[in-house]
Design a protein around this ligand. Sequence first.
Ligand code: PHE
Length: 347
Amino acid sequence: MAEKPQILAELEQEQVNALAGLSMVQEEEALQVWKREYLGKSSKVMLAFSSIGQQPKEIRPLVGQVANQVKQALEAAMDACAVTVHEAALAHKLASEKLDITLPGRRPVSGGLHVQTSVLRRIYDIFAEMGFQVYRSCDVESDEYNFELLNIPAHHPARDMWDTFHVASPGMVLRTHTSPGQIRAMRQYCPEPIRVILPGMCYRYEQISARSEIQFHQVEVLAVGKNITFSDMKGTLNGFVRRLFNADVRTRLRPSYFPFTEPSAEMDVECFVCGGKGCPVCKGSGWLEIMGCGMVHPTVLLNGGYDPEIYSGFAAGMGPERISMLLHKIEDIRYFWGNDVRFLEQF
Ligand code: PHE
């Protein structure tokens, strides 16, 4: 028997190699590589087809036949493999997307309001009920507004009450209190009656300690109109304090001094920690100081554009950080702007 032509032997060997190679294929990508190698344009099988013309005449039909068989066998094996690879990929995807609906849920982390934002909103609400609007004034003020127009001329000893941050432009300061907003509100509304509160951050160049910070809020209260009296002030402030603390808290006014009010006073509330008996929070006195107040000084009314012969008014200024410290028994003012979440999360 004549020896088997070499091309036929090669085709048979190619089939064996290709099937062996296919048995290693596990992924789509590898299958494509395999297909290019064994069934692509320059694969042995495809080249065998194009070589038929160069083969001896007598074996041409046989070469064509064998090449066809090998090609069909490889295609069939490839199709079978494609199905397996696809199923494996699907199973893998399903497994990776498995969802255990019996697992307990994870609580989403939600933010909250800063304790001062809440206290300020309570203050706004209470004054809103009494007909006071919020008036926003600027943090960077001129010396004129922060001091002069409030009856505190340069070299006036009362300037010692406010240690001031001066900014780069001459004559400009970070406001040391919200009182300069009184002048701005009066100049804007004159000669209309005014009922506003002026909340905002104030700045003082002070040694930071448990009791004093270089930045803190104040809420200023201002009412200007005809026939406004000291007892209107007392009634308004009492109304506010009772809504903020509780309905039967007692208050008292002590004479005090501010250059921009005359007469001036400070309002104390009965210590709600000890009920007035005396404790460390009120330092044994039974009273807690919560704001400065007084009748708007005639000079200040004049500076705001109101004739003090016709108009009168009252003003008050309170520190909401101090109010929070009393309400929540916070012992160190530095916690407010320290941004420690362990502190902030408690409110
Ligand atoms: N501005 C004063 C302060 O900073 C508080 C105050 C405001 C007092 C209004 C009287 C009237 O201490």
